[in-house]
Design a protein around this ligand. Structure first.
Ligand code: T46
Length: 135
């Protein structure tokens, strides 16, 4: 399984850093939605689902966390520790976010609007769904 981690180019000067992300340039899809999570309680695992169509880029813009990606055949754990790193998460990929530092802010840029029908929230259903290859 190939993990795609983008390294964004900061516009740094003596005032500090600034990162700008543009759709189709820095982000490989139209950004229809941005959301972020913070004040994640200790020991919490978020996600635990896959999406049928949604593509996303996850950026831990403050603090740190880890993301487990699982395509049904292989799983990898990716640490997100820098505000200039973006993890691409494709559709048909089980994801879990965990090990959040208390100051973590995880921002997500998404290719689609929120749609509960796009979620697969049961792991066995996910395995069954990808085994059909009908997507
Ligand atoms: C994903 C991972 C990385 C909305 O109303 N609008 C939204 O855009 C989102 C993302 C969530 N919600 C509501 C739905 C739930 O009542 O917010 C609540 C928490 O959402 P959820 O339990 O799905 O959050 P996570 O952290 O488990 O998963 C989220 C995204 O839902 C998901 O698409 O890939 O982050």
């Amino acid at each position: 399984m190939q993990v795609i981690k983008y390294v964004f180019q900061p516009h740094g000067d003596d005032r500090g850093q600034l990162i700008s992300l543009e759709e189709f340039k820095d982000i490989p899809f139209r950004i229809k939605r941005v959301y972020y999570m913070y004040e994640t309680a200790k020991g919490i695992v978020r996600g635990k689902h896959a999406h049928k169509n949604l593509e996303q880029i996850l950026v831990c813009i403050h603090g740190t966390c880890k993301v487990k990606l699982d395509n049904g055949m292989e799983a990898k754990i990716v640490p997100l520790e820098k505000p200039y790193e973006g993890l691409y998460v494709s559709s048909n990929m089980w994801r879990e976010m965990f090990d959040f530092s208390s100051d973590a802010v995880l921002m997500v840029m998404a290719s689609e609007l929120y749609d509960e029908n796009d979620y697969i929230r049961d792991y066995d259903t996910f395995l069954e769904y990808i085994s059909t290859g009908n997507f």
